[in-house]
Design a protein around this ligand. Structure first.
Ligand code: UFG
Length: 342
């Protein structure tokens, strides 16, 4: 019998791609999502891609009664992939309490449920934001964490600590945190992808929306950084590659291959690209004439970061495979699908 995996936030951007990869690997998926930042139609798209519709329950995991009732209804869950969280850096500065409450209480409710219902394994979505601006690049898992730049970033650091302490203290509980670098792109079917509500904060959705005519021009935040072309550098990871890392992590836990009750891995490509390089690559692969201009730096941005992925590559046997070009192309194909552009 195929194992059942709970994917919280499974209708969201990274969650939906992970549900697809889990189902492709034969897992049985149940999604919990409150649809605060995604739509129910994502289920249709997942079904179209995989031929299978995941089970779905709509509620917010900070609600302990609903969380308990959920685990009573689904007694066969083997492991959890926990994505459900608020994720807008700027908004978290405006609404810190909402961010701490939503992101931490939901995690603690899930961990308590794992203990009560004897669910041993969880994979958690963390972020390279926990490294801040590292002294040395690329960042390995030995790179020290730095105080977070935002309440959002802090929820990731605190979540890691909660999981570490709980997994250590609780026999039979194991957690893996995946520290994502910058996830971009969409499924090659163009049926699922990133769909931000309102004006996008992130670079690639802003680029594709500008290319689609929804925004006038891309503003590049700063060209006076200490980088070869002066624009900031990130490690952009294809969302399907990232989704596959979750399947690998789930299998590691289910097969008891983990080396400690709490582990964490850098999930990136190992390559850094500047904003300008990314913009030029987008124009080249899509042929779209993207309007852009340089403005001042955005508050809270770091200058450069990219991953050393050797630990994830060797220990998980996982590696990012897609090129930046095909990833940008997939982001554009998705935007065209959403906007009905041919
Ligand atoms: N950028 C622009 N113009 C835009 C948007 C972004 O120039 O309109 C630049 C940013 O200044 C940055 C780069 O593009 O240099 C990437 O910006 P994103 O907003 O796409 O991504 P960030 O690296 O700022 O943020 C991401 C995640 C956060 C996470 C953070 C950790 O979105 O969740 O990485 O570093 F906290």
């Amino acid at each position: 019998m195929s194992k059942q995996i709970l994917v919280t936030g499974g209708t969201g951007y990274i969650g939906s791609h992970t549900v697809v990869e889990l189902q492709n690997e034969g897992f049985n998926v149940v999604i919990v999502d409150d649809l605060s930042n995604s739509g129910i139609e994502v289920l249709d798209a997942i079904e179209k891609i995989t031929g299978k519709r995941p089970a779905f329950e709509k509620f917010n995991l900070t609600d302990q009664d609903k969380t308990n009732a959920f685990f009573e209804k689904y007694p066969g869950i083997a492991a959890i992939v926990h994505f459900a969280a608020f994720k807008a850096v700027g908004e978290s500065v405006e609404k810190p309490l909402e961010y701490y409450h939503n992101n931490l209480v939901s995690l603690m409710n899930l961990l308590r449920s794992m203990r009560e219902h004897k669910i041993p394994d969880m994979v958690f979505s963390s972020s390279c934001t926990v490294y801040g601006q590292p002294e040395k690049l690329p960042v390995t898992e030995d790179t020290p964490r730095k105080p977070a730049e935002s309440p959002y970033g802090n929820t990731k650091a605190v979540s890691e600590d909660i999981m570490r302490d709980f997994a250590r203290a609780t026999e039979g509980i194991n957690c893996i945190a995946l520290r994502y670098f910058n996830p971009i792109g969409a499924h090659p079917s163009a049926l699922i992808g990133e769909l931000p509500v309102g004006v996008p904060n992130n670079l690639v959705p802003f680029i594709t929306q500008t290319a689609a005519g929804l925004r006038d021009e891309l503003k590049i935040f700063g060209d006076d950084y200490n980088t070869p072309d002066g624009t900031a550098i990130r490690d952009y990871i294809n969302v399907v590659d990232l989704a596959k890392a979750h399947v690998v992590a789930i299998n590691r836990l289910l097969n008891n291959k983990q080396k400690a009750s709490y582990e964490f891995f850098n999930i990136g490509t190992g390559e850094g690209y500047s904003v300008m390089q990314l913009v030029k690559a987008f124009i080249k692969v899509t042929g779209v004439n993207l309007k852009y201009s340089v403005v001042g730096r955005r508050a809270g941005d770091i200058e450069k970061i990219w991953a050393d992925t050797s630990y994830a590559n060797n220990e998980l046997g996982w590696k990012a495979e897609k090129t930046l070009e095909e990833t940008l192309k997939s982001a554009w194909e998705w935007e065209k699908h959403v906007r009905n552009i041919r």
